[in-house]
Design a protein around this ligand. Structure first.
Ligand code: HEC
Length: 475
């Protein structure tokens, strides 16, 4: 509301965050689990004096650093970039609440990167014990970064007691109800996912069967433990969902399908791990490891999608709504109007439609106290072209966070297919009758303008459908 809009065609800007963050998450969990793998295995190779294995581990470390430090850091910054543009109000809330957490996170991040570089570039030049110790410093620092970031992202799904007056401190925010479930799940995810990457890398780059078998069986246990932790964290996650998110999960057909899918995928991964690396290490061909990896990635991405989707209609539960409005602002927006209440929409109307502006509000209850005002009574007198234009503006600010327009992600054009104007207007005015949507935050005249725009992009009912006639239509 108080920030300008970022329009991303077809995809919508929050879905761009989703795409970047899924890619990032697939790498960042490896950054944690892979660090643990390297510390433990380098120690094992030193103890058994296995030169060949050490050589392999050095190659793996190189691949690991390129992927996690370079690609992981770029996508991580990519997330900050996109959330700041796509969800400025939610980002503002997170920054205000978690400055201290982020500062700490950066300290561990610097430690992590330094340790990673020392571990790799001083390979063979450090005493064995020191080299292993640096591996452990890396692994620990990476895990602490995971814990810190999880505290912040878990807050968005359920800030718990933080929303109550007098509890808006850092620790209440950080140790929110979702903190422990998500930390358990993500720790397990790090173990599981990194084992799957190790399998793929080993199966593709190691010609000797004996070494591949050894890696397969040594990494089977952390992978299975990881799968158990992911499942346990997932169950706790469900248990600590706010009621609205649980209801959303039950009500949406797409989410039902995805929940079944993620269960199926997890079971498949578990069985493949048990049958392959655990019981029959010799099975670790590139094909088998590749399939395992794909199933794992599919399960992960599905999980992240569900986790994101159940947050609607909020970006931060009970704190920021999906259309960048705070719940406590809704009532005043309904009174003053959506165009009037937003800093940028208000400026747009002032600049382009000076005839709609009036000055001199004496309303003591007007919390915006922002003169000049948009006169909602004059909106309906606008020519069609301008009604459509302002309708489109309202659409962008109020709906485009979750819906593309004519085509694209959850586009309203197809969603409204075949509906009468009356029905569309009523949909707009009763937006929150659909569980995932924020309430309508404007005046009736604005609902009319938005409806004009929606009618202009909605499609007629597909031709050739035989639904039968209603009694009133039978002549
Ligand atoms: C916080 C996200 C969010 C916002 C903001 C939002 N919607 Fe939705 N909307 C959803 C979700 C999720 C669904 C269900 C998705 C589906 O069925 O594909 C939905 C469903 C719909 C539907 C079809 C359901 C029905 O029976 O009416 C329409 C039409 C719709 N939205 C219009 C709008 C309009 C118009 C706006 C802006 C005034 C809007 N939405 C704002 C998330 C949102």
């Amino acid at each position: 509301m108080h920030y300008p809009w970022w329009y991303v065609p077809y995809l919508t800007s929050p879905m761009l965050i989703a795409v970047i963050s899924v890619v990032h998450v697939l790498v960042s969990h490896y950054a944690v689990g892979g660090g643990l793998f390297l510390a433990v295995e380098v120690n094992h190779a030193y103890r058994t004096q296995d030169r060949k294995y050490l050589e392999y581990l050095k190659r793996h470390a190189r691949f690991f650093i390129l992927l996690t430090v370079v690609f992981g850091a770029i996508t991580g910054v990519g997330i900050w970039w996109t959330i700041g543009l796509a969800s400025p109000l939610a980002t503002e809330v997170l920054i205000r609440t978690f400055v201290f957490g982020w500062a700490t996170e950066w300290v561990f991040f610097v430690l992590e990167i330094t340790a990673a570089f020392v571990f790799f570039y001083y390979w063979g030049r450090l005493p064995e014990k020191t080299h292993v110790a640096i591996g452990w410093i890396y692994a620990l620092a990476a895990w602490i970064s995971l814990v810190l970031i999880t505290g912040i992202t878990a807050f968005m799904l359920n800030p718990g007691a933080w929303v109550e007056r007098g509890h808006q401190d850092f620790w209440t925010a950080f140790f929110n109800p979702q903190f422990l479930p998500q930390t358990i799940a993500r720790t397990g995810g790090a173990l599981l996912l990194s084992s799957l990457y190790v399998y793929l890398h080993a199966s593709l780059t190691i010609p000797e069967a004996a070494m591949r078998d050894m890696i397969a069986s040594r990494s089977a246990r952390p992978a299975l433990v990881g799968a158990v932790l992911v499942t346990a964290g997932g169950v706790l996650w469900y248990y600590f969902l706010p009621p609205s998110a649980k209801a959303a999960l039950d009500a949406a057909a797409v989410l039902n399908v995805l929940v079944v899918l993620i269960f199926a995928l997890t079971i498949v991964v578990f069985f493949l791990l048990y049958l392959g690396p655990y019981r029959n290490p010799g099975w670790l061909s590139p094909g088998f490891a590749g399939a395992l990896c794909l199933f794992g990635i599919a399960a992960f991405s599905t999980g992240e999608f569900i986790r994101e989707a159940v947050r609607k209609p909020f970006v931060v539960y009970n704190v920021v709504l999906g259309n960048q409005v705070r719940p406590e602002e809704v009532a005043s927006l309904q009174r003053s109007g959506y165009l009037d209440g937003g800093r940028w929409t208000n400026a747009l109307v002032q600049e382009n439609y000076p005839q709609l502006i009036w000055v001199g509000s004496t309303d003591p209850e007007d919390i915006f106290l922002r003169d000049p005002h948009v006169d909602n009574r004059k909106l309906l007198a606008l020519p069609v072209k301008d009604r459509l234009r302002l309708g489109a503006v309202i659409f962008q600010y109020h709906c485009n966070d979750c819906h593309a327009a004519k085509q694209g992600y959850s586009a309203v054009g197809p969603l409204l297919q075949g509906r009468s104007r009356e029905l569309v207007l009523s949909t707009v005015k009763h937006l929150d009758s659909v569980l995932f949507m924020p309430p309508w935050c404007g005046r009736n005249a604005e609902a009319e303008l938005l409806t004009d725009y929606l009618m202009s992009i909605s499609r007629p009912r597909p031709a050739g459908m035989r639904l039968g006639l209603q009694v009133s239509e039978v002549k």
